[in-house]
Design a protein around this ligand. Structure first.
Ligand code: TRH
Length: 397
């Protein structure tokens, strides 16, 4: 079977390592390129089961299918579909391209070298992980000559104008603002999700983290607090940390279930598509997020958050965490910055007492933190989003 035909289309290859971040970022990128730049996208994914958690209408059995106008192909070994080279080829997060694709690239390269009227090889881009570290500026856009003579470009997302920018749809911040201007929207969303008993004055916190004993400590704190707290937790890894306070085994919990523990009510949520997850982040008072994509979406939600970063070897993730926290706290009053950083660090390092202590210091109603969270998206986007920078980058390549 043949996939795509125009040389104008772009291919994106995504290998799912674990969790949902690789496919989550790639899927957002594909949607935005298609919607806002009218680019014909073919997305090749090696694990459609994982993908279906964030795109419920996806059928993991199909070799090829179209959703949101994007062709989604199963990346099988060997490839069940023929790769037709387009204008751009993106490998997400340094995934190893299929042999069939490499063979096509080599042939195009040698044919084009011999005769420049032949089809040009696609612009080959490796999309890297997001980091706020300063070295990113020096590496963004660098070409890497392959032994074959082909050129691959490293594209680094980032927070400054010398990086590849941040994924953010053109209308997103306005849509979010309109949503948040009318409190009825969040109450309607909670009702739609089957969440009962949430009053306007209650604290509502979404939780999408990895395992951390600090989460348990925070839940125990909320349990005893005066104000009612609702923790909205999708089925997944966060719940593993709460085993000791849950009435049943984690795998027996069903979405829609509510567990009342003193003044804390835990609501078990289903995983939804990305658009609904965004609305959930917009609707909560505080979000606990993780990885790369939910971390960024929590920033666009303009609400305070804890970032549970994906663990890397030799604690490298703590350097990445620190780089982001420095940037995020630049314009925060020093005392507040100190507490917010300490809270994030405590959550990531499973320091239970410190997490609870710093939680109390930042206090959900802390006006400067809320104002900062609202201003941050505008500052962080730095005029131009990732997709617009990427399209320009391709034009210049
Ligand atoms: C909870 C929820 C999440 N999502 C989406 C949001 C994101 O696109 C995706 C989750 O991705 P992340 O937040 O990045 O967290 P993650 O932990 O799932 O992914 C991680 O995977 C590793 C392999 C990477 O190296 C990490 O950097 C990180 O990206 O799931 C939904 O669409 N619906 C939901 O209900």
């Amino acid at each position: 079977m043949v996939s795509g035909s125009s040389t104008e289309h772009w291919d994106i290859f995504c290998a799912v390592v674990d969790n949902y971040g690789d496919i989550g970022v790639t899927w957002r990128l594909a949607k935005q390129l298609a919607n806002e730049k009218q680019i014909d996208i073919t997305l090749w994914v090696d694990d459609l089961n994982s993908f279906s958690h964030i795109l419920p209408q996806l059928d993991p059995q199909l070799t090829t299918q179209v959703h949101y106008g994007i062709t989604i192909n199963q990346w099988t070994v060997p490839l069940a579909l023929t790769y037709q080279p387009g204008a751009v080829l993106i490998e997400a997060f340094a995934c190893e391209l299929p042999d069939e694709v490499k063979t096509v690239l080599l042939k195009l390269h040698s044919d084009y070298k011999a005769d420049s009227s032949k089809q040009k090889p696609p612009v080959w881009i490796n999309l890297e992980y997001l980091s706020a570290e300063s070295w990113v500026e020096g590496c963004h856009g660098l070409p890497s000559m392959q032994p074959s003579g082909l050129k691959k470009h490293f594209y680094f997302p980032g927070f400054t104008d010398k990086t590849g920018g941040l994924l953010c749809e053109g209308a997103l911040l306005k849509q979010r603002e309109e949503w948040q201007n009318d409190p009825q929207n969040k109450m309607a969303l909670f009702a739609q999700l089957g969440l009962k008993g949430i009053e306007v004055q209650d604290n509502v916190i979404s939780v999408f983290s990895y395992e951390s004993s600090a989460l348990l400590a925070l839940c125990q704190h909320w349990q005893q607090s005066e104000q009612t707290t609702h923790a909205l937790i999708p089925k997944g890894r966060s719940l593993n940390s709460l085993r000791s306070i849950l009435p049943t085994q984690v795998d027996q919990l069903t979405s829609g279930e509510q567990i009342k523990l003193g003044n804390l009510i835990i609501h078990i949520l289903p995983m939804t598509d990305q658009e609904s997850y965004d609305k959930l982040l917009w609707s909560c008072d505080f979000n606990i997020v993780r990885g790369e994509d939910s971390f960024l979406r929590a920033q666009w939600a303009a609400k305070p958050f804890i970032w549970h970063i994906y663990v890397q070897e030799d604690d490298y993730h703590l350097i990445k965490l620190d780089a982001f926290m420095q940037l995020y706290c630049n314009n925060l009053p020093p005392e507040l910055a100190k507490s917010w950083k300490a809270l994030n660090l405590a959550f990531n390092q499973e320091q239970d007492t410190q997490a609870t202590q710093h939680w109390q210091q930042i206090n959900l109603a802390n006006l400067p933190l809320l104002q900062h969270a609202a201003q941050w998206p505008i500052d962080a986007i730095n005029d131009v989003d990732l997709v617009s920078r990427l399209v320009q980058f391709v034009k210049n390549s």
